[in-house]
Design a binder for this molecule. Structure first.
Ligand SMILES: [Zn+2]
Length: 324
């Protein structure tokens, strides 16, 4: 089946997204919000197909082979209005693929990251570290109890934090898209840079390879040597980890995912080791992971709230050599 037709068919299995509020999206206030990066705040004004918009917005970072496949119509990308927080890829035939991201994933990522963002510029923060952790726990708890309704408890947040939240959320959403594109890329070229030396994690080889592709894409390292404008490596990297932490929380709440992924601790540990390999010095690496470390600290304190069954993530350095 033609990739575009496949996406249209998938979209038709769910109700269409509500039409954008046209008059608002043409207003000066809306334009100002887009410029300021606060677009996630207005759910109904997000692009009609957010997955496609992410692809277009981050084309600079996506390898030429994937862009080429897309332009030839052999790869189609689309947002599906399904509340289940998931993203996946489909192999439709020889060199013919589709990648979908569900609306539920886009909404949930923003919901969680917006609460995380109350820790940015924490001197100006209007809520404490414990309150941030509790708000995130509430969001996960509500999502689990309501079987997939993103709920946003009210809490004070500064304008700067909202801008950071939108930026982080877009990067984390891009990590999910890039992970699925990684499956496409690795299938196309039948190459996995990750070698199966040791067996026990054989089932995870493809997942690690897709994570590696996603990491390098997010960091702008697969763009063919062209520098990527406005790319902050610490934000891009911390967002990759945030995406995995959010995914981990969803799995623990019992949301089914398309297939088994490696444990989050392993995925993040290996991500960090790849990041380290890509950094010119230890100092650069340490600077990049500071933001990610702050996020892990928040995540590991969510389990202080007994009504939410999330366990903490402990990173084990030196895992790469044992795992893959
Ligand atoms: Zn995967």
């Amino acid at each position: 089946m033609n990739a575009q037709d496949f996406i249209l068919q998938k979209k038709s299995e769910f109700s269409l997204k509500e039409e954008q509020n046209d008059s608002f999206s043409k207003s000066p206030l809306f334009k100002k919000w887009v410029q300021e990066g606060k677009i996630h705040e207005m759910e109904n004004c997000l692009p009609k197909d957010f997955a496609l918009a992410l692809f277009e917005a981050h084309k600079q970072r996506i390898p030429a082979q994937i862009i080429d496949l897309f332009e030839k119509g052999k790869l189609a990308i689309g947002e599906i209005n399904d509340e289940l927080p998931n993203a996946r890829y489909y192999k439709l035939g020889e060199h013919n693929y589709a990648v979908t991201i569900n609306t539920g994933l886009i909404k949930f990522i923003y919901r969680v990251i917006r609460a995380y963002s109350t820790r940015f510029n924490s001197d100006e923060s209007k809520i404490s570290f414990e309150e941030t952790c509790q708000k995130i726990a509430d969001i996960f708890w509500w999502f689990g109890m309501s079987k997939g309704k993103a709920f946003g408890p009210a809490y004070p947040i500064t304008e700067d934090q909202i801008i950071m939240a939108s930026r982080f959320a877009t990067e984390a959403e891009f990590f999910f898209l890039a992970h699925e594109l990684g499956h496409v890329f690795n299938d196309m070229f039948k190459k996995s840079e990750v070698q199966d030396e040791d067996n026990e994690n054989h089932e995870y080889i493809e997942e690690f390879a897709a994570d590696r592709f996603a990491l390098l894409t997010c960091l702008g390292l697969l763009s063919g040597g062209k520098p990527v404008e406005d790319l902050r490596h610490d934000i891009a990297y911390a967002s990759c980890e945030l995406a995995l932490l959010i995914f981990d929380g969803l799995e623990q709440l019992g949301f089914e995912t398309e297939k088994t992924h490696p444990p989050t601790e392993q995925r993040i540990t290996v991500l960090r080791e790849w990041l380290k390999d890509s950094c010119p010095s230890e100092e650069v690496y340490q600077n990049i992971i500071q933001l990610a470390d702050a996020n892990t600290e928040v995540y590991n304190n969510i389990n202080a709230y007994p009504y939410i069954p999330l366990r903490s993530v402990s990173l084990q350095i030196g895992l790469k050599n044992r795992v893959i």
